[in-house]
Ligand binder design. Structure first.
Ligand code: ADP
Ligand code: TPW
Ligand code: MG
Length: 583
């Protein structure tokens, strides 16, 4: 704590004056607000901040690239409802972290990117300072809020505002700019302590209006073929028991969006995932809980929803539960918006449902069940096959068993085919146990998410990675080994992006743009850092390696060799791909 300075001349009564510098104020402000972990990368001007944070008992996790630290912070925010903190150096470090800040905002995850910056007076006159950049201006368009602190006695306010902005209302990414000079400023320690703010009720409950709840219930009652869609906002809200109760009390079939899988176990009898393409066009009233009608839900219209063509409305009426009052009507008309936090909204709906609530008719439930069992049967057949070489299905059949046996493990997933097949094949059993590419379908979240999930839960993490996807953050395998985290990474190695079979049409020496080194041994990367590497060419080898990784809790990278012809272009979103359409 603070350093001791010489007595101020003339004030004999005050023998020694204890002071506090900017570094200390930042650390104390974070600790005061329950921040126990920082994801970052040291360098001028924040090296001492990383050292002193560690000395002060904050877990300081250092990464090899700021983007991965940023993704880690963003998902720590999702998992804990506390803002994940990413700490970077100025200009280039800041820009590396910026991608994750934008990602946090787009995905509604609470995160604070704290970056050191250069001298204001030089930056603003563009006189060419070390790593000169007007970072605040650049962060603003992608952040939910952005602040700069210039005076040590404002650090408390700056951090309090950043925390509130990140977690209140619709969560998002917040940028906090801390110029180098701030850290060196010192102030009287007592005044410094008094300047800090412990944020009271950072994410206040937002109770829905009673008439909005009644409107929603009336619409739901009128439905013949109702459907509930759970999104990652519902997973974030940590209202797991209430959501389960609502789903079960209504008896309505539900679809979990990718990161809402496990909110109720995917094996739940009301889960309609295996009948998705049937329930979306057939449903008449759809209740969205923490899910946006963005591209992932075909904007609520078009053929997916039973519309005649691309932009046609399918005729569904929508109830939308969301904390953002601006979300409704973003794509199609929302007949019953319910604005509030999901916990409060679901409680209000439950309270408003009379004891004699009637479940949907057997026509609807029966036909959903029928589709479901047909599709499940088909999938079971496919999964039982054991082709050589191993394909996505035979490998994922193993992963499915391993996850079933380890339902508490956090499951990380990215890639194209490696994502789409995994999402539909691997069941998730508990809330917030599946984290993936999110709203942007971004590649690169993998190893950052693994580090954060292991740090937050202190438990096992399993990652299924496309070989391309893995490459975006692969160097963090060193980070995983350095901190000895119980992470088992499986690289689904099909020699490239989507497939490994493209050829260069010119016959030239360069391989096609989607193709990587054939037969690469990703497992060696783990070995380079003292972790465990395994090479799996059959489902049996994959099973053995995964079981051993989980038993030993050692950092493990399994190179799962997948038939390079097995994937499809862009996985399941081929339709968004202009060249694929031409073909
Ligand atoms: P998905 O991709 O799973 O469909 P989205 O990210 O599109 O989910 O939607 C999440 C929605 O959840 C956002 O519109 C966000 O405003 C909302 N949300 C996040 N947290 C809460 C909360 N605590 N209460 C209510 N709504 C929330
Ligand atoms: C930041 C575009 C979408 S999916 C993908 C890329 C490059 C990789 C697919 O190959 P992978 O999976 O991972 O080997 P598989 O099983 O199909 O072979 N840059 C960013 N984000 C995205 N989404 C892309 C590029 C993309
Ligand atoms: Mg691949």
């Amino acid at each position: 704590m603070g350093n001791v300075e010489n007595p101020v001349a003339g004030s004999a009564a005050e023998a020694v004056r204890e002071t506090m510098d900017g570094f200390q104020l930042v650390i104390d402000a974070l600790k005061l607000n329950g921040i126990d972990t920082i994801f970052g990368l040291p360098g001028i001007p924040i090296t001492d901040l990383t050292r002193r944070a560690q000395a002060a008992g904050i877990r300081m996790l250092s990464f090899r690239h700021e983007q991965n630290a940023g993704y880690a912070a963003s998902i720590a925010g999702f998992l804990t409802q506390k803002p994940g903190i990413c700490l970077t150096v100025s200009a280039p470090g800041f820009l590396n972290g910026l991608n994750a800040l934008a990602h946090a905002t787009v995905n509604c995850f609470p995160m604070i990117l704290i970056s050191g910056s250069s001298e204001r007076e030089i930056v603003d006159l563009q006189q060419g300072d070390y790593e000169e950049m007007d970072q605040l201006a650049i962060a603003k368009p992608v952040a939910k809020a952005a602040y700069r602190v210039l005076r040590a006695d404002d650090i408390g306010v700056g951090i309090a505002r950043a925390i509130r902005a990140a977690v209140s209302g619709r969560p998002g990414g917040v940028y906090l700019d801390l110029p180098a000079k701030l850290f060196a400023q010192s102030m009287d320690a007592e005044a410094g302590r008094r300047s800090l703010i412990k944020v009271v009720d950072p994410a206040p409950r937002q109770i829905p209006a009673p008439e909005a709840v009644t409107r929603a219930l009336d619409l739901l009652k009128s439905a013949k073929k109702p459907l509930i869609i759970l999104g990652k906002g519902a997973a974030y809200a940590q209202a797991d028991a209430e959501i389960k109760q609502l789903v079960e009390k209504t008896g309505i079939p539900y679809l979990p969006m990718s990161m809402a899988k496990g909110l109720l176990p995917d094996t739940h009898e009301q889960c309609a995932s295996a009948a998705r393409s049937y329930v979306l066009p057939e449903a008449d009233v759809v209740m969205l809980i923490g899910a946006r009608l963005n591209w992932l839900l075909s904007h609520g219209k078009g053929k997916t929803w039973g519309g005649k063509s691309g932009k046609d409305w399918g005729g569904q009426k929508f109830i939308q539960i969301d904390i953002s009052p601006q979300e409704a009507d973003s794509n199609v008309r929302i007949d019953a918006p319910v604005v509030g936090d999901i916990g409060s909204c679901v409680q209000a709906l439950l309270a408003g449902m009379s004891a004699g609530w009637s479940r949907p008719g057997n026509d609807w439930l029966g036909s959903v069940a029928e589709r479901k069992s047909k599709n499940v049967e088909k999938m079971t057949e496919t999964l039982a096959k054991n082709p050589s070489p191993m394909n996505f299905h035979s490998a994922l059949n193993v992963v499915r068993d391993i996850v079933k046996a380890n339902p508490d493990a956090v499951f990380v997933n990215e890639g194209a085919n490696a994502l789409d097949f995994t999402r539909s094949i691997v069941d998730i059993y508990k809330p917030r146990k599946r984290i993936d590419v999110g709203t942007w379908g971004i590649m690169g979240i993998g190893m950052g998410y693994c580090v954060a999930a292991a740090a937050v839960t202190r438990g096992q993490v399993i990652a299924i990675e496309g070989d391309s996807a893995f490459g975006f953050s692969g160097m963090e395998m060193e980070t995983i080994c350095r901190y000895n985290l119980p992470v088992c990474v499986v690289v689904m190695n099909n020699n490239g992006v989507y497939k490994g079979t493209d050829v260069n049409p010119t016959g030239g020496a360069d391989v096609a743009p989607t193709v990587f080194v054939k037969g690469a041994r990703y497992d060696k990367l783990a070995e380079a850092f003292g972790g465990v590497g395994a090479h799996a060419t059959t489902p049996a080898e994959l099973r053995k390696a995964m079981e051993e990784a989980i038993r030993s809790r050692r950092p493990t990278l399994i190179n799962a060799v997948i038939d390079e012809t097995a994937g499809t272009e862009s996985g399941r979103i081929t339709s968004l791909n202009p060249t694929a359409k031409k073909k």
